[in-house]
Design a protein around this ligand. Structure first.
Ligand SMILES: NC(=O)c1ccc[n+]([C@@H]2O[C@H](COP(=O)([O-])OP(=O)(O)OC[C@H]3O[C@@H](n4cnc5c(N)ncnc54)[C@H](O)[C@@H]3O)[C@@H](O)[C@H]2O)c1
Length: 259
C-alpha cells in the first residue's frame, strides 16, 4: 500500500479527549482507538467516561483507553489529564478539546450573569487550560495536533443564545491566536464547527418538538448530523493526513454555509 493511504492511521499516537463520556467525545474516542490511538477520556462525568473506556478496551483489538474525572474549568484537572496521558501511554500527540455546555436560552436583555460565567468557564477557559498543558508537553516532545470544538454558533448569531454564541465565537479567536503561536513550532491548532447533531446537548434541546423541527430545517440537508460525521473530521485533523492545516475553521453542518 502507498504510505500516503495510511496517513489516517493513528497507531502510536496518544490523544486526550474532553467531554469523552458522551456525544462527539465518546464517538471520537472509539473511532481514534479503532484506528490505533491510545486515548484519555476526560469528563466531569467520570463514570460515563469510564464506561466508554471499558467499551473501547473490551473490543479486544489491543485498543487502549483510560478515563479521568475532569472539570475543564479547573486548571489542576486539565494538567492532571495531560500528566495521565504521559504517565500511562508515554507521550501526547493530540488533544480534542470538546467539552462544552449550553447553560440555557436567554436573550441579551435577560442573561443571568451566573450562566454567562459558567458558559465561558467551560467553553472558553476550559479549552485555553487544556491547550496550555498540551502545548507545554508538545513543544518539548516533537509537536502535535490540537482540535477545538466551536459550533455554527461560533460564526453566526442565534436567538436567545448570547452566552453560547459568544463563548463559541471566542473559541474561534482562541484557536486562531494559538495557531499563530505554534505555526513554526510543530503544533497545529484547528477548530471544528459542527451543526446540530444527535448528542446529549441536542437531545436535551430537542425535547421541545418546535426546537427539534427548527434544528432540522435550519440545515439545508433537512436533518441534523450523526456524531460519527463530526468525529471523522476530528480524526482527520488529529492525523498526519492534515499536516498543512492550522488555524483553520472546519464546518461540518449539512450545508448551513458559514463561514
Ligand atoms: N450536538 C450538537 O448539536 C453540537 C453542535 C455544535 C457544537 N457542539 C459542541 O460539541 C461539544 C460536545 O458536546 P456534545 O454535542 O457531544 O454533547 P454531549 O452533551 O453529548 O457531551 C458533552 C460532554 O461534555 C461533558 N462536560 C460538560 N461540562 C464539562 C466540564 N466542565 N468538564 C468536563 N466535561 C464536561 C459532559 O459531561 C458531556 O459528557 C460541546 O462543546 C458542544 O457545545 C454540539
Amino acid at each position: 500500500m502507498n504510505d500516503a493511504y495510511a496517513r489516517l492511521d493513528m497507531t502510536g499516537k496518544v490523544i486526550t479527549i474532553t467531554g469523552g463520556a458522551s456525544g462527539f467525545g465518546a464517538e471520537s474516542g472509539e473511532l481514534l482507538a479503532a484506528r490505533g490511538a491510545s486515548v484519555v477520556l476526560a469528563d466531569i462525568n467520570g463514570a460515563g467516561a469510564q464506561a466508554v473506556a471499558d467499551r473501547i478496551n473490551a473490543t479486544g483489538n489491543g485498543h487502549r483507553a483510560v478515563a479521568l474525572k475532569v472539570d475543564v474549568a479547573n486548571e489542576a484537572d486539565c494538567k492532571a489529564m495531560v500528566d495521565l496521558a504521559v504517565s500511562t501511554f508515554g507521550g501526547l500527540h493530540g488533544g480534542f478539546n470538546n467539552a462544552g455546555v449550553d447553560t440555557g436560552h436567554f436573550g441579551a436583555a435577560d442573561q443571568p450573569l451566573e450562566n454567562w460565567q459558567r458558559s465561558f468557564a467551560v467553553n472558553v477557559t476550559g479549552i485555553m487550560l487544556c491547550m496550555k498543558y498540551q502545548a507545554q508537553h508538545m513543544l518539548k516532545h516533537g509537536g502535535g495536533s490540537i482540535v477545538n470544538v466551536s459550533s455554527t454558533a461560533g460564526v453566526a448569531g442565534f436567538p436567545e443564545a448570547v452566552a453560547y454564541c459568544s463563548s463559541k465565537h471566542a473559541v474561534v479567536g482562541l484557536t486562531r491566536a494559538a495557531s499563530m503561536d505554534f505555526a513554526t513550532r510543530g503544533i497545529r491548532v484547528n477548530v471544528v464547527l459542527p451543526g446540530s447533531a444527535e448528542t446529549g446537548i441536542y437531545f436535551e434541546a430537542a425535547k421541545d418538538p418546535a426546537m427539534a423541527e427548527y434544528m432540522a430545517k435550519v440545515h439545508p440537508m433537512g436533518r441534523v448530523g450523526k456524531p460519527f460525521e463530526i468525529a471523522e473530521m476530528v480524526a482527520w485533523l488529529l492525523s498526519d493526513a492534515s499536516t498543512f492545516a492550522t488555524g483553520g475553521l472546519f464546518s461540518v453542518d449539512g450545508g448551513f454555509g458559514v463561514p
